[in-house]
Design a protein around this ligand. Structure first.
Ligand code: PLP
Length: 426
């Protein structure tokens, strides 16, 4: 495939935008080469500026669970835009989306909309601190909760891809309040809790992680976290920016059967427009301004176009919950196909999968935390990524990212993906 125009556009973008991109992972630094510039997308396919058609496995990093340019979503946005794009005043559709989201996630009484997953997680932590009167939080190495200061401590996703899990610019003062535990290791949590008795506001976690590849929590670990939080009066924050409305109506809380105290959302809840949200029971949410003392705000929060996209998306998922099953089956099919071909090729690998999230790791040991994920062979990953791209398959351009399947993918697309893998050299 030829990617000439994409390269030219990238060269031009680099003159005016740092690194040529507005979010680092897009730049292909982990895999080398120039990023692909997209012209349009429909269903499971991306169409780039060189006229190539690619099968897409990232779906804008998760939001487009029903495929690109999904008609009900597009129609809702276009219709809404006719009446104005932003008012900075309340609109009925905010309550409609809030009601629907809350009905799909049974243990949440109130929800506040923001503009990104970063804002959702940042606000959730501030709320937890305000509610508990404590300062410290625990996060897990390799988990990514957006780019706000408190979270850029051993962060996953682009932060680790670019070798800056602890970013310059985050002050020591901020960093000291973020304690770091090891995913799937309850002892590491207990040690921190014991050493910081009475000082912890929250434990924040990706309940199924997607930012160090896809990593699944053991039952013992996730139940143990809930118990520790309950016993110690610490709020458990589930960052469901990736998993929310993707794994099930009730997200990871539902599939893991664990109830968090605060949950953050993004991606699917905005249907591809910039939306995040955080939700909790009334007692906690009433701490937020204007009812309570914890300040949080946003000029474009609850934006009518974003709300209409989210409402169209969630309405469809709520009415057709079989989508979650259909996606999980497709992902399982892909898993089996990839495993078969890599085994035929005698390539050492691990595949992690939960619902419609999946990641391939070129390593011989089970991948259960950041350290085991980081052991993956990046040279093999690069060959895999570029080999697949040459065949028109668009995978995440970093070994630390999960794929996100969308329901527009057909079994023919999955077969084409598996056959492409068969044809490339690793
Ligand atoms: N939390 C998780 C689990 C994420 O995966 C991400 C982004 O990928 C974020 C938070 C931050 O969301 P955003 O990029 O919308 O700020």
């Amino acid at each position: 495939m030829i990617y000439q125009r994409s390269s030219a556009l990238f060269a031009e973008a680099k003159k005016y935008i740092p690194g040529g991109v507005n979010s680092p992972v897009r730049a292909f630094k982990a895999v080398g080469g120039d990023p692909i510039f997209v012209k349009k997308a429909k269903g499971a396919y991306l169409y780039d500026e060189d006229g190539n058609k690619l099968i897409d496995y990232i779906a804008s990093w998760g939001p487009l669970i029903l495929g690109h340019a999904h008609e009900p979503v597009i129609n809702a946005v276009v219709e809404k835009a006719q009446n104005g794009t932003s008012f900075g005043m309340p609109t009925e559709i905010e309550t409609e989306l809030a009601k629907l989201a809350i009905s799909m996630v049974p243990n949440m009484d109130k929800i506040r909309f923001v503009n990104s997953g970063t804002e959702a997680c940042m606000s959730a932590v501030r709320l937890a601190r305000g509610f508990t009167g404590k300062d410290k939080i625990i996060k897990f190495a390799g988990c990514y909760h957006g780019h706000s200061d408190s979270f850029l401590i051993q962060a996953g996703s682009g932060a680790v891809t670019f070798g800056s899990p602890n970013s310059p610019g985050v002050t020591q003062g901020t960093a000291k309040d973020t304690l770091l535990a090891v995913y799937n290791n309850l002892d590491s949590v207990k040690a921190l809790v014991n050493a910081n008795k009475g000082e912890l506001a929250a434990i924040i976690i990706e309940p199924i992680a997607g930012n160090m590849g896809c990593i699944i929590p053991s039952d013992e670990f996730i139940k143990g976290l809930r118990d520790i939080c309950t016993e110690e009066g610490i709020l458990l924050i589930f960052d469901e920016v990736m998993t929310g409305f993707r794994l099930a109506k009730g997200g990871a809380q539902e599939v893991l059967n664990i109830k968090a105290d605060i949950v953050t959302y993004g991606k699917v809840i905005g249907g591809g427009l910039p939306v995040g949200a955080f939700a909790a029971r009334t007692e906690i949410m009433d701490f937020l301004a204007p009812d309570g003392p914890v300040y949080q705000a946003g000029t474009l929060s609850g934006n009518p176009l974003a709300m209409s996209a989210g409402l169209a998306m969630l309405t469809e998922l709520n009415n057709n919950p079989e989508v979650f099953d259909s996606l999980a089956k497709k992902t399982e099919y892909l898993h089996k196909g990839i495993a078969e071909v890599l085994t035929e090729k005698k390539v050492t690998h691990q595949i992690n999968r939960y619902g419609s999230m999946i990641s391939v790791h070129f390593t011989d040991k089970p991948v259960v935390d950041f350290a085991t994920s980081a052991k993956g062979n990046n040279e093999t990953f690069k060959k895999y990524f570029h080999g697949m791209l040459e065949k028109g398959i668009y995978l995440p351009p970093s070994a630390f990212e999960s794929y996100f399947l969308n329901d527009a993918l057909s079994y023919e697309d999955l077969d084409a993906t598996i056959n492409a893998l068969r044809e490339i050299e690793l």
